[in-house]
Design a protein around this ligand. Structure first.
Ligand code: SF4
Ligand code: SF4
Length: 512
């Protein structure tokens, strides 16, 4: 077992001595030790993972602060009302955490909420309100005499959509330059690399920071075309040495047998390639380079031969809306292990494509078709509707009609994720170091040249706002599905100049 560092020993002594009840207790402890808050939290998480400490969290001594009535309230709620009931329960200040569990024959309760009160009557009043609003057929209060021990205080939350510690995915535009000129390009790419792109040394610093983040985020090495960087393999080898999980987003036109082998040797497990038409003529028109289709298909074969899995991305516009089935068939023929559909976001070069987006009605139709396709294909190919947040609403509507529960068993990862991940599990880093919620949302949360990515992701004001669902406006603000959908914030920004406005391409009308 490794030796603890001096700073780790001091940190353990500090937290073991009791944590002061303040808004940011770890910030205070960290500053006393000359560390940043996120460094302290990361160090504590590492210590917890290594089982040196039991948990990296404050334990609230609720009795010491006067909360003597603490009840686990359990409710029997209809399956189609449980998410709304959970949201409602979590909106009470008296509820520290709540979650759902399967009912059993002898225990008909499926919604649990931990309610804290100074007196039992306070817990009872809250439980009564939750039961009345959710139409619970029965409920119980089980008083606890123990102190609360919870790391994750709110399971369902009325306002927070994701934990802020670490993203699951980071898309990194390694270069904005590209050898193609796609009409829908977010990066407005050119053939020439910009002088302001991150240097090799800056890329290394960024990678070291990612490697130190808890949860091991997956790095999507993207562009423009990432392979256009002459130091691409130097950077990739550095990421591999740090043990970073990485995948490649490429147009595949520059792939050779040697490059594919080198990618595989560096642990690139998957590559995504965009195919936007069912044949060369349609695809090349979109990519604006004759022969792009043939080159991409050749690259795909070489990647597959090197053992790299292929994800086909399809950008859906009016041009290919009615050809999606044919592109799917092509992707299957190409041996794709994943197929992702992307909805056009009219930013970057695609700003000129305003009006090329499919309508809200077509959206609804496509996402319903996608639901059926997923059920037909099963687990054979991983299908994902990316940046089509209202798919997660449609999936729930359809599942309810089909009598299916939203569980991982029935819906895989779709049961655990949400629609818009911008700043909530996902972030984008531009070629010159700007951190954004996603590549389609031109609002800077910070720049890794000035501050570490890990700091920006956790603490930037803009990301904190993106995680606060109470800021959503219009119909997204009052929608019962906002926690699982959230609407596309980039399309809201492009259409209304306000990224918290309602999603312009959703046909759903929430109940008042
Ligand atoms: S705002 Fe969200 S849904 Fe929209 S493009 Fe970005 S990540 Fe995708
Ligand atoms: S109204 Fe907004 S939150 Fe509700 S389903 Fe539509 S896009 Fe999603």
């Amino acid at each position: 077992m490794r030796e603890l560092t001096e700073i780790e020993k001091k940190l353990i002594n500090k937290v073991a001595g009791g944590i002061e009840i303040t808004g940011r207790p770890f910030e205070k402890i960290a500053s006393e030790l000359g560390m940043s808050e996120s460094e302290a939290v990361r160090a504590l998480r590492t210590l917890a993972e290594e089982k040196r400490i039991r948990r990296a969290a404050a334990i609230l001594g609720q009795r010491q602060i006067g909360y003597s009535a603490n009840a686990m309230c359990v409710f029997n709620v209809d399956a189609d009302k449980i998410d709304a009931a959970g949201e409602y329960a979590a909106s009470f200040a008296e509820v520290s955490h709540c979650y759902k569990r399967a009912k059993s024959e002898k225990w008909p309760y499926n919604l649990y909420a931990m309610v804290h009160g100074h007196e039992k009557s306070e817990c009872e009043a809250v439980a009564q309100k939750i039961a009345a609003s959710s139409g619970a057929s029965s409920y119980k209060l089980l008083y606890s005499i123990r102190e609360l021990k919870k790391e994750n205080m709110i399971y369902f939350s009325g306002t927070a959509c994701a934990p802020a510690v670490s993203p699951r995915l980071i898309a990194w535009e390694m270069s904005a330059a590209c050898n193609l000129k796609c009409v829908h390009c977010r990066a407005c790419s050119t053939m020439e690399r910009s002088e302001s792109e991150l240097s090799t040394a800056e890329c290394f610093e960024f990678l070291k920071d990612i490697a130190s983040m808890p949860g091991k985020p997956v790095l999507i090495m993207s562009g423009g075309e990432p392979l256009i960087r002459p130091d691409f393999f130097e950077i990739l080898e550095y990421a591999a040495a740090l043990g970073i999980n990485k995948v490649l987003a490429t147009n595949a036109t520059m792939i050779t047998e040697k490059i594919a082998a080198r990618l595989a040797a560096c642990g690139v497990s998957a590559a995504s390639v965009s195919i936007d038409g069912p044949n060369a003529a349609e695809h090349d028109k979109f990519r604006r380079v004759e022969g792009a289709f043939a080159m991409s298909l050749k690259g795909i074969e070489l990647l597959k031969a090197a053992g790299i899995k292929i994800q086909i991305n399809i950008s859906v516009t009016r041009h290919n809306y009615d050809k999606i089935d044919a592109i799917f068939r092509l992707a299957e023929t190409l041996g794709a292990s994943s197929i992702h559909i992307f909805m056009l976001v009219p930013t970057g070069r695609a700003e000129n494509m305003k009006g090329e987006e499919i309508s809200a009605v077509e959206y609804e139709r496509l996402l319903n078709w996608f639901y059926d396709k997923k059920r037909e294909i099963g687990g054979r190919i991983n299908l994902k509707a990316t940046c089509a947040p209202h798919y997660y609403r449609i999936m729930r509507e359809r599942a309810r009609a089909d009598g299916l529960e939203i569980t991982e068993r029935n819906f895989g990862m779709d049961a655990k994720t949400r629609g818009c991940l911008a700043g909530c599990g996902f972030a984008f880093v531009s070629a010159c170091g700007i951190v954004q919620g996603c590549g389609y949302m031109p609002i800077a949360a910070g720049n890794i040249r000035e501050k570490k990515f890990s700091e920006i992701y956790t603490h930037s004001d803009f990301f904190m706002k993106l995680r606060d669902l109470s800021l959503l406006k219009g119909k997204c603000g009052k929608c019962a599905y906002k926690k699982v959908c959230g609407g596309c914030r980039a399309r809201a920004l492009a259409s209304n100049g306000d990224c918290f406005a309602e999603e312009p391409y959703c046909g759903y009308e929430p109940e008042k």
